[in-house]
Design a protein around this ligand. Structure first.
Ligand SMILES: Nc1ncnc2c1ncn2[C@@H]1O[C@H](COP(=O)(O)OP(=O)(O)O)[C@@H](O)[C@H]1O
Ligand SMILES: [Mg+2]
Length: 198
């Protein structure tokens, strides 16, 4: 019995090979998968609580991958590992590591030199990160949690509300989110700023 998944608009399909990385054999539907992933993600959020990190730690491949592992490592064997196939979103699979390194260098500089406002730094980082699409899946939620880490850790501000929804099911909040992400692709970050605090 395989894992049957149906996707909402803007979700990255999980390849058949990647499905073999499912660590919990009792999961057979998308809603069960969503629930287990959500539990895992809550563990990552708990782990982050009260911790403080330096810029050189956060803006590194090892931190970005470690957060993905903490979010999905109980559910997927490929958590924290860069994808080895190309997807409908993202850079070429061979460009992932270098693109992430460039993004980390840029963002570290933005924080150190206050190049943009705190929110702009967090949202710019989030959008470039999800546009690289480092991992086989979970990139959207991972990019949002990374933005939350940035705004809390470096600027002491409240984490983002992201439409006050989990953004997994195809509803109005998810449509607004995907619409904002696509506008950000075209260089207009304002809708994503607004959405992040809605
Ligand atoms: N056109 C786009 N440009 C940049 N990011 C996008 C685009 N379309 C979708 N995304 C992001 O990719 C995510 C889907 O990737 P995926 O790896 O499945 O993450 P998740 O499983 O957390 O939803 C969406 O939630 C959204 O954040
Ligand atoms: Mg997904």
């Amino acid at each position: 019995m395989g894992l049957e998944l149906h996707y909402a608009d803007g979700q990255t399909p999980i390849d058949e090979d990647e499905k073999l990385g499912l660590l919990i054999s009792t999961i057979s539907t998308k809603s069960e998968l969503d629930e287990f992933e959500q539990l895992n993600i809550e563990g990552a959020i708990q782990w982050l609580k009260g911790k403080k990190f330096k810029g050189s730690e956060v803006f590194s491949e090892s931190f970005v991958c470690m957060i993905h592992r903490r979010m999905y490592g109980s559910v997927w064997s490929w958590a924290s590992k860069f994808r080895s196939t190309n997807k409908n979103i993202g850079v070429d699979k061979f460009q992932v590591s270098q693109s992430l390194r460039m993004l980390c260098n840029d963002a570290h500089y933005w924080v150190e030199h206050e190049v943009y406002s705190p929110e702009e730094i967090a949202i710019r980082f989030k959008h470039r990160l999800v546009s690289i699409h480092c991992f086989p899946n979970g990139n959207g939620r991972h990019s949002r949690l990374m933005a939350d880490v940035i705004i809390e850790n470096f600027f002491g501000q409240m984490h983002f509300s992201w439409g006050s929804q989990n953004l997994i099911s195809q509803d109005d909040a998810r449509r607004a989110y995907i619409d904002a992400v696509r506008k950000a692709d075209r260089g207009n970050l304002s809708p994503l700023f607004q959405f992040s605090r809605s």
